[in-house]
Design a protein around this ligand. Structure first.
Ligand SMILES: Cc1ncc(COP(=O)(O)O)c(C=O)c1O
Length: 391
């Protein structure tokens, strides 16, 4: 076994590994499409956006897709359109943008706990009297949409999903594997560079509700139907043709990318399964995660070193990490004014998470070296802790 870099051994990656890296399979095709868009003079919200919306609707098996400039804007516009007459319930174990979309609408937020195994909002986490419930498919693991739909009906709430991580995920519906996108009133995907499906920036709202889709098309264009008599206060949330060109090329490679990420995740899981104190997010039977992220948990008592020590020791190996999601949103400064109940699963997960490098063309050998580094750190836990503490 090699000595960890924190103890003077050779770094696993002398040239640090990127944490995430966009995969661009067809740069020539993208440049050609962008050149054509520039030549046409139509550089925003035009034929490439239309083509992306049509192809994404087919991919996600929904009737309508509305492309927007970001997932955050899409979430904001969906909440505005639903116009919940009461608080919006959001899991706290998520990226802050899920909550920001509620805050930008001036609505009250109810932060909810999550399942300790899947890390997702469950029906039993719903409390209070929400008018809207937002599920989030964390890392691409599909939320129990049917269970949440049932509880939403029981409490008289609408249901929507933050599907920022969900492109390429699959869930079992009546014995058939289905993509995410068609659950609740609407789902919103993100197209930033770290996502499996990317437009460099951008977002996609999917829905089977024609009226909602129509309203969202107006909303992304200031609320202007074309006559400059704004029907309501919308936003400029249009997607440019340049971003649509990147996203269209990305869409054609979605399956291959998700397959590769699943292979990387399998390798990570296999090689770290026996390391004491390392835990993983469970993927419910029959579901497929997009593996937008791959996050492990460090149980300090069993591992022998703290999460922060492992982060520092991995940095010494040239392995960057991210704390997805710590602090959880209800503990962030921006939400200090929101009174939340105890969220024990969220707090425990947040104290243990380390997200490891994951990209759609990450070589499997790199994942093997990362896993070996985690193992070596664990086997030298006491010495590594002492070395990290002494700086
Ligand atoms: C769960 C979640 N929701 C929303 C967003 C916001 O997406 P965007 O950056 O496209 O606005 C992100 C971004 O990573 C996210 O992780």
């Amino acid at each position: 076994m090699t000595l960890p870099a924190a103890l003077g051994g050779p770094a696993a990656f002398p040239e640090p590994l990127p944490f995430a890296r966009p995969t661009i399979e067809e740069p020539g095709r993208i440049l050609g499409d962008i050149e054509a868009a520039l030549a046409s003079g139509m550089v925003t919200n035009s034929s490439l956006v239309r083509e992306l919306e049509t192809k994404a609707a087919a991919e996600f098996e929904v009737e309508h897709c509305v492309a927007v400039a970001s997932c955050t804007l899409g979430l904001m516009l969906v909440i505005q359109a639903i116009d919940p007459q009461g608080p919006v319930l959001v899991p706290s174990f998520t990226f802050a943008a899920s909550a920001h979309a509620v805050a930008w609408n001036g609505r009250e937020i109810l932060f909810a706990d999550c399942d300790p195994d899947t890390w997702l909002l469950r029906p039993e986490d719903v409390y209070g009297d929400p008018a809207l419930i937002m599920g989030v498919h964390i890392s691409g693991v599909p939320v129990d949409y049917a269970g949440l739909a049932e509880v939403a009906t029981d409490v008289g709430a609408d249901l929507m999903f933050d599907a920022a991580h969900g492109a390429g995920s699959r869930v079992l519906v009546d014995g058939q594997l289905r993509p995410l996108g068609g659950f609740g009133r609407a789902e919103v995907f993100s197209l930033t560079p770290t996502k499996v499906l990317s437009g460099a920036e951008g977002g996609l709202i999917t829905t089977n509700d024609a009226e909602l889709a129509e309203r969202l098309r107006l909303a992304r264009d200031y609320g202007n139907p074309g006559d400059y008599d704004m029907r309501f206060a919308g936003l400029n949330a249009r997607l440019s043709e340049l971003h649509a060109a990147v996203a269209l090329a990305s869409l054609d490679h979605l399956e291959t990318r998700v397959d590769h990420r699943n292979a990387v995740a399998d390798r990570y899981r296999l090689l770290m399964a026996e390391i004491p104190g390392v835990g993983f997010q469970s993927v419910p039977d029959g579901s497929r995660s997009s593996y937008k992220d791959f996050t492990i948990l460090i149980n300090e008592a069993e591992f022998g070193a703290s999460r922060d020590t492992v982060v520092a020791a991995l940095a010494a190996e040239g392995v960057p990490t991210r704390p997805y999601y710590s602090p959880p949103v209800h503990r962030q400064t921006a939400y200090a004014h929101v009174v939340s109940p105890e969220l024990p699963n969220t707090d425990r997960l947040a104290s243990q998470v380390i997200s490891l490098p994951m990209w759609s063309h990450l070589p499997l050998e790199h994942a093997e070296k990362v896993a070996a580094a985690v193992s070596a750190i664990q086997q030298n836990a006491d010495a590594v802790s002492a070395a990290v503490q002494s700086g």
